[in-house]
Design a protein around this ligand. Structure first.
Ligand code: BJW
Length: 227
């Protein structure tokens, strides 16, 4: 149970130097989403997808959490047990900022999944080298991330938390991808007060009681300081 649920997306990590997806300089400008973020793309060219995520893993490890990540971690420290972060990001920056209650709806780039024995584990290194699974020995590790057409992680836990929260904030996401983008409707239905903190407004902001526009490092710290 958490009074405050925060849904985060690529925009919260942009000022840590992690590329977003849908901006003019975003990842989808250089890579076709069908090629690198679908099971079909992986089946068609395993090496390309492994290299794409190996590079993203290196970028995530090299990045540092920014003031927005830290502000959310400090909020949780002030209200233990009352804050849940649901992040679409695979970069691990919330945990590195000190947040303890983080659900990764789209997985984590630093983890690997063996599609032979179903074991999930810390990523043992670059997956383009096709290292053997430490448990079963098969060379069938993939990044433990969620691609289009695959079921997202922990959805029951997320729905339970969102259905009971008093505050639901959306930070740094375009709201283009479901089911994450639909959570605000669940929160509203449950009577939560909703807020969007983003660089620019969504096409439809009617689901939000408050809309605060600006870079995450500028708008998130003063917003959370009020709680
Ligand atoms: C700042 C800022 C700053 C910038 N400060 N703000 C037809 C076929 C198959 C599926 C579907 C279909 N039609 C619909 C679907 C559902 C599909 C979907 O949503 N598709 C839409 C694109 C149409 N969803 C799925 O497939 C999901 N699964 C699912 O529905 O399962 C059903 C199922 C059930 C049972 C069995 C089987 C299936 C899965 C979705 C997986 C998404 N995966 C990715 C890749 C994850 C790994 C990786 O990181 O590579 O997730 S795609 C990508 O988009 C990534 C992100 O998490 C996600 C969202 O992106 P995000 O974070 O919003 O980034 P941007 O770039 O879009 O936006 C950034 C925002 O920040 C912008 O607004 C900026 O303004 C802002 N910003 N700088 C603050 N400094």
């Amino acid at each position: 149970m958490a009074g405050i649920v925060v849904l985060t997306g690529a925009g919260i990590s942009a000022e840590s130097g992690i590329r977003t997806f849908r901006a003019s300089d975003g990842l989808w400008e250089d890579h076709r989403v069908e090629d690198v973020a679908t099971p079909e793309g992986f089946a068609a060219d395993r090496a390309r997808v492994q290299s794409f995520y190996d590079e993203r893993r290196r970028a995530a490890r090299a990045a540092q959490p920014n003031a927005a990540h830290h502000a959310l971690a400090e909020l949780e420290a002030r209200h233990p047990g009352e804050v849940l972060i649901v992040t679409q990001n695979i970069d691990g920056l919330h945990e590195r900022a000190g947040s303890a209650r983080v659900v990764h709806i789209h997985g984590e780039v630093d983890r690997a999944w063996c599609t032979t024995c179903d074991e999930r584990m810390p990523c043992p290194g670059d997956l383009a080298a096709e290292p053997p699974c430490p448990r079963c020995g098969a060379r069938s590790l993939r990044p433990d991330v969620v691609w289009f057409g695959e079921p997202v992680y922990a959805l029951d836990e997320i729905y339970d938390a969102v259905s009971l929260c008093r505050w639901f904030w959306v930070v740094g996401t375009s709201g283009a991808v479901t089911p994450a983008a639909s959570l605000v409707a669940v929160a509203r239905e449950a009577g939560a007060r909703t807020a969007l903190l983003n660089l620019d407004a969504h096409d439809d902001t009617s689901m939000f009681d408050d809309v605060v526009l600006g870079p995450a490092t500028t708008v998130v710290p003063p917003w959370v300081a009020r709680f």
